[in-house]
Design a protein around this ligand. Sequence first.
Ligand code: ZN
Length: 251
Amino acid sequence: MEGSSRYGRQIAFKGVGEDGQARLSRARAAVIGVGALGTAIANSLARAGFGFVRLVDPDRVELGNLQRQALFDEDDAAAGSFKAEAAAARLSRINSTVVLEPIVARVDASNVDAVIGDVDVVLDGTDNFESRYLVNDACRRRRLPWIYGGVLGDSGVSMNVLPDGPCLRCLMPEAPEPGSYETTAEAGVLNQITAIIASIESAEAMKIVIGSPRVRRTLASISLWDASFHLLEVARAPSCPLCGPSANVRR
Ligand SMILES: [Zn+2]
């Protein structure tokens, strides 16, 4: 069996095993944003043997992306390749058994349901809160798990948004206005923190599709420069329009 040799080290890990690997091979994931986080996430999912990975990003590869966006090279930047397509081409050479679906588009209200409609888990590779809140609300409506991740400077956070747990609006009721928060263009970002947050998101996605009881229910917050790693409890907010008592979506 091809899987036994390709995934031998992963199957040998007790948390995965043969059964977990078989579940991974049937699992469908959508990665929203194929930049620093998204390339590292997609690389991880494809190598781990997810059955299907959708890659959604509107942008083209630029030289300034290569410091941290692991699936691209100078040829992609020179050609101005679309990130979703360049990532899919690279990953298809790494694992031809994965069905890869590049979508060159920005996630918006018109396409979000189609983008997440037929997958088991959604992973956040975006760099903005407008997209995250769209994904949060759409996944909530479908009771679909999604994994929030964000990076800035040397720091990052990640939280699993599970159907029976708190959502992004429980943390912050509304998306911060564009321009009201620092971006990586202003504050910079280290490729080490994107790799860590992407790895956390990918590992949680594996646990979710395998059906592991070890899926994390806290918010992970990491600073590399301070060498700090915190797990914070987050509760469903009674005032949350999606999770509170007046919401249509119930526990
Ligand atoms: Zn909520």
